[in-house]
Ligand binder design. Structure first.
Ligand code: HEM
Length: 131
């Protein structure tokens, strides 16, 4: 029987393990390391805040993930394959480490944010005409 996700220490384990696998992944690893050239010492604590805010309702994350991924998509396309890969790694990491209500909830949240992000990035933008 695995533990559920109870606190920031658990989130840190999840996030560190997730991004460890992401960096090794042939499909999306290079987006982080070569395209965005992520500064991990900066990115990881931001992601601890993000998931703590999402899961435990603490308003500690300040940022706009949609905008960040819009501009990333301008550098390298984020399509179904990239999102499916991201979700698979995230779900597998959660399932490897945890089980319980919060483990289920964080997967649901990840799924809905990923699907919304995917939809917004890949929907044609309406053209505004000023007459
Ligand atoms: C195709 C899938 C995805 C890719 C390739 C991707 C990649 C990235 C990269 C490269 C960054 C920028 C890091 C930096 O410059 O420091 C980033 C930031 C971030 N990502 Fe993603 N991401 C993906 C999906 C998601 C999803 C589904 C979520 C949420 C569930 C998410 C949440 C975030 C957050 C919160 C940030 C930090 C934004 C900020 O600067 O405040 N990402 N992502």
């Amino acid at each position: 029987m695995k533990n559920d996700i109870h606190n920031r220490t658990d989130i840190i384990l999840l996030v560190d393990t997730f991004y460890g696998k992401v960096q090794q992944n042939i499909k999306i690893g290079p987006i982080f390391t070569n395209v965005a050239k992520v500064d991990w010492a900066h990115h990881l604590p931001k992601m601890y805040d993000f998931w703590e805010s999402i899961l435990f309702g603490k308003a500690i994350y300040k940022g706009n993930p949609m905008l960040v991924h819009f501009s990333l998509n301008d550098k390298t396309p984020l399509h179904t394959e990239e999102f499916e890969t991201w979700k698979n790694i995230f779900f597998n990491t959660v399932d490897d480490l945890f089980e319980g209500e919060n483990a289920d909830l964080i997967k649901q949240k990840a799924q809905s944010i990923a699907d919304l992000m995917h939809f917004k990035i890949n929907s044609p933008q309406p053209t505004i005409k000023i007459v």
